[in-house]
Design a protein around this ligand. Sequence first.
Ligand code: 0X9
Ligand code: ZN
Length: 305
Amino acid sequence: EFSWTRYYELEDIEKWLDGVFAKYPSVTEAFEIGKSYEGRTIRGIKISYKSGNPGIFIESNIHAREWITSATATWFIDQLLSSSDPEVRNLAENYDWYIIPVFNVDGFEYSHKKDRMWRKTRQPVSTSDCIGTDANRNFDSHWMENGGASNNPCSETFAGPTPFSEPEAKALADFVTSIKDKINIYLSFHSYGQWLLSPYGHTKDEFPENYDDLLTIGKSFKTAIKSLPYETDYVHGSTASVLYVASGSTVDWVFNELDVKVGYTIEFRDKGRYGFVLPPVQILPNCQELMTGMKALVSKSKELG
Ligand code: 0X9
Ligand code: ZN
């Protein structure tokens, strides 16, 4: 029986997903964006209660060791389908959801089987003995600019030999491009640090034209989470201004190249005490925070049009 009191391997998550499709056939649809370097299928779920809804895309676990992201994504899927909370019903029924719970499938498997702290993809690099690229530096938007990524294959933020060198990144880009007119909000789940990060990542000298709106939406997310009994703090702002310069990320690529103008990287719990190895007892609190923040984020974004 699947639960949110422990972490699961890819195989278990995929079995759970199959069960979800079987249980909710009329409102769910399986999709595949393509295959990973090692040949695994990258799978997603579309949840749609009616046609014509605005769309929200969630990509999760692009960084292998950030297990809380897929645990939270699966919980969120379960809630959209089973919760009777009116605000969750509003999210479920008035938006179309595209959710990829485990994007970096090869890395995720490797983080379970060999190295808990693995981050990157698993594709070798011809010029080095080091393996893997940071998929969140491999997208073709300001790729390798401003020191926001590394050209050293042994670095954790190696951008790859070329933009979209990673089959996973290319598959995601092609898939999101194919449905871009249906996407209003793009979210990328990460850990850790408790940040809500908007574009830009590639520079701290410029801000998007709608940055005020992105801050307003971000503030609603942060305030909502702070109001919960845990009083967890999230810091919001542009990636480059509040965290560090990071170029070639998914959120910036979708924002710049596909013109999806509401996009955030969400860095979940914690602030570093456990870091990537967040204890399972914190899965549900993190999930509750995400849901509370999400309700606020979506409603503020609707309000601002
Ligand atoms: O460095 C990253 O890729 C993310 N942080 S993490 O510790 N999870 O690795 C931040 C990504 C920032 N996003 C954008 N550049 N938009
Ligand atoms: Zn990450």
